[in-house]
Design a protein around this ligand. Structure first.
Ligand SMILES: *Cc1c(COP(=O)(O)O)cnc(C)c1O
Length: 360
């Protein structure tokens, strides 16, 4: 059988070792006689799984003690609403950077709750770059500034953390959290849906500075109030226990792999293999500003888009799955999260050279 490499944008490839461990523990978690799926979230076995996952995540990201780690449901989309509800804190406007489809969606949702100031937008470049910070029009009294550290659809990634004064920085890191070390202390809040680089869909991680908790607007539903999660260790209601467990296995796997510094090096290497393959020929093209090309999502087009279907069919036959670009961009996109191997990326680069030889 051909080796299968999954380049899906999310839900995405999981580390093989994690799936094997989950399989081995499926029917009987470490002598407990039950599956993790069958455990009460309030019993000691599950509590130990939950606490260990949080401890490992804290260690991986060196999360300072004055930050809470929350495990929620609802995906990044629910955060698009929870952030304004909780962080507006009586202020009258919120700053948003518009660098792609996800930041645009986040700021549209925020408009339901207050005034949104778009500090800069790259929409007119088809979201292929990051605006220089010197051009941003920040409002002095903004409740926070929101940005998307990696735009999953367009493949545009911030290479440094914006420098802000006292305005809390909020980041959607759904598609590049855990891909490299980050200085958490620079942020007011970080959030990420799990299904790209953490684990299976169904769980969302929020890392939030404690002083920002407990100031939600009046009548905020309990399930949308960070304080409720913080005070209940994210167990106000039944959390997504199995997804939490799998995320924990991924955190352990990352630690065994050498942590986030090792991941960063590995991800840079993988991305280089693909961008080099694209840049080596005029048959392929990546529209993204070279300075901001994503290490996680690599979009590319063919000089002749009539060949897209052939490329997708033949690559799938070669075991290179889910390379279709997002419908708003077209072309191809290879998502190469932590769990994608260098072999997978090399196989794709090899396929691209061969495809060009045959069709170029
Ligand atoms: C996938 C993605 C989302 C949407 O996530 P859901 O969990 O489906 O709500 C939001 N932002 C970014 C950057 C993403 O990659």
């Amino acid at each position: 059988m051909t080796e299968i490499y999954n380049f899906a944008p999310g839900p995405a490839v999981m580390p093989r070792e994690v799936l094997e461990q989950a399989q081995a523990e499926m029917l009987d978690w470490r002598g407990s006689g039950t599956s993790v799926m069958e455990m009460s979230h309030r019993e000691a076995n599950f509590m130990s799984i939950a606490h260990q996952a949080e401890a490992d995540l804290r260690e991986l990201l060196t999360i300072p003690n004055n930050y809470k780690v929350l495990f929620l449901q609802g995906g990044a989309h629910m955060q698009f609403a929870m952030i304004p509800l909780n962080l507006l804190r009586g202020k009258d406007s919120m700053d948003y950077l518009d660098t792609g489809d996800w930041s645009a969606k986040a700021l549209e949702e925020a408009k339901r709750f207050g005034k949104v100031n778009v500090v800069a937008s790259t929409k007119d470049t088809a979201y292929t770059t990051i605006p220089e910070q010197s051009t941003w029009k920040c409002s002095p009294n903004a409740a926070f500034l929101h940005y998307t550290s990696n735009e999953t659809i367009r493949g545009v990634q911030f290479k440094s953390i914006p420098e802000l004064g006292d305005v809390p920085l909020v980041a959607d890191m759904s598609s590049d959290i855990l891909s490299k070390p980050i200085d958490v202390s620079r942020f007011g809040l970080i959030y990420a849906g799990a299904q790209k680089n953490i684990g299976p869909a169904g769980i969302t991680v929020v890392i939030v500075r404690e002083d920002l908790i407990g100031k939600a607007v009046a009548n905020t539903p309990s399930m949308l109030d960070y304080k409720v999660y913080a005070e209940s260790e994210s167990m106000y209601n039944t959390p997504p226990t199995y997804a939490w467990y799998l995320a924990g296995l991924v955190f352990k796997w990352l630690k065994r792999k050498g942590g986030l510094a090792a991941m960063a090096e590995f991800n840079e290497l993988k991305a280089k293999v693909l961008y080099d393959a694209i840049d080596a020929s005029s048959f392929y093209h990546c529209p993204v500003d070279k300075r901001y090309r994503s290490t996680m999502n690599v979009p590319f087009t063919l000089a002749n888009s009539e060949l897209d279907k052939v490329f997708l069919a033949e690559s799938a036959k070669a075991g290179l799955m889910s390379l279709k670009g997002h419908r708003v961009v077209g072309g191809m996109r290879a998502s190469i999260y932590n769990a994608m191997s260098i072999e997978g990326v090399s196989a794709l680069a090899q396929f691209m050279r061969e495809f060009e030889r045959q069709h170029g």
